[in-house]
Design a binder for this molecule. Sequence first.
Ligand code: T4K
Length: 388
Amino acid sequence: MQKLPEPIYVVRPTLPDLGEFKKHLESIWESGIVTNFGPKHKEFELAIANYLKVSNASAFVNGHSALESAVRALKLSGEVITTPFTFPSTPHAISLNGIEPVFCDIDPKTFGICPDKIRELVTDKTSAILAVHVYGNPCNVVELQKIADENNLNLIYDAAHAFGVEINGKGIGEFGDLSVFSLHATKVFNAIEGGLVTFANAGYKDKLFELKNFGYQENSQDEDISGIGSNLKMSELHAAVGLLNLNNIDEQIAERRKIYTLYQEHINAIKGLTLIEPYATKPNYAYCPILVDPGDFGMTRDQLYKRLAEYNVFCRKYFNPPCNELSCYKKQKMRQPPTPVASSISSRILCLPIYPGLLLDSVNQICEIIEGLSNENLFVATCSSTVR
Ligand code: T4K
């Protein structure tokens, strides 16, 4: 087991060819239009909607702003039921709108919000469900829509991880009222920073535009504004990166699939580790999450995380702790339903490195290190020394 010569991180941003980017920069410099819905921005919104198979796409400066705007656009109030097994951006987007997030436990197989548990939590204060397609694995969209319809709730999907994912040929961003994608540097598809709200109902278009443009309406000469909005516009430079990355996205996802498949061969042969399988009809291999069973593997997730770092392999515990165990939510006087599944998964999950450009040789080496570590049996040693 050799320490890797260079650090390997959980992800590396996929950057477009610098020469190609320079050509875009030249045309931006020449036009003098660098932001405020210029030609690249317009081209990007159309191209990305086409790729994602969605009826409408509205670009934002980042995923979080897009999520916060989605919540605001629906004029929600009271409580929104969401998942604790996510990045803090999800509940923060609710809280920052002055609404209480109610954390609902997750399904032990999909790690998505559990429909049966949502039913137990709906009250007359509930205005929406904000579900997350964790790791790009789709939520139970049929059941969630049913609950939303039965209870007159809005349904928002945090699709930050789900770029390019489809369910039976339908773009994942077409489900629910609004879906939000992150185009951050660490994502399957990136514009360095960026976000996207997608929706089937074109009626949301104007409101989202106003929210990202100080309340001004698109193509309006009116000097008055009737609604209050922020400044969340994507610049021409970011749109240019997005346009270039979109050219190669299928090849990049295919490369991820190769890496994932190699992990699958190794990890499935190691006792005590379970690789979480993508199950969308068109998956994107955004993450490579494994669950650690300390008894069988011989080491806890935290021990494995630390030992891998000693070998220059820098994984991430996406998502630990679950959001309802973060101090900012724990200390609040709000409904705190029990979420034992989310707590258990959070304490055992580890995301291994996966990104285009990660060499298959490196994946083999990472797996050899994990195999070697599994023989150390630190967990048993720690337990028996504690017992003694
Ligand atoms: N909803 C969900 C479910 C999300 O997961 C996220 C974001 C959002 C909403 C909000 O979307 P954005 O507003 O971010 O568009 C990272 C990302 O920053 C964050 O976008 C992402 N989720 C989250 C899951 O992961 P960190 O704190 O882990 O990032 P960081 O900087 O530690 O980066 C991780 C690794 O990536 C590093 O070890 C090194 C590598 N890296 C990172 C950057 C930024 C690079 O090699 N180059 C880079 O430029 O949050």
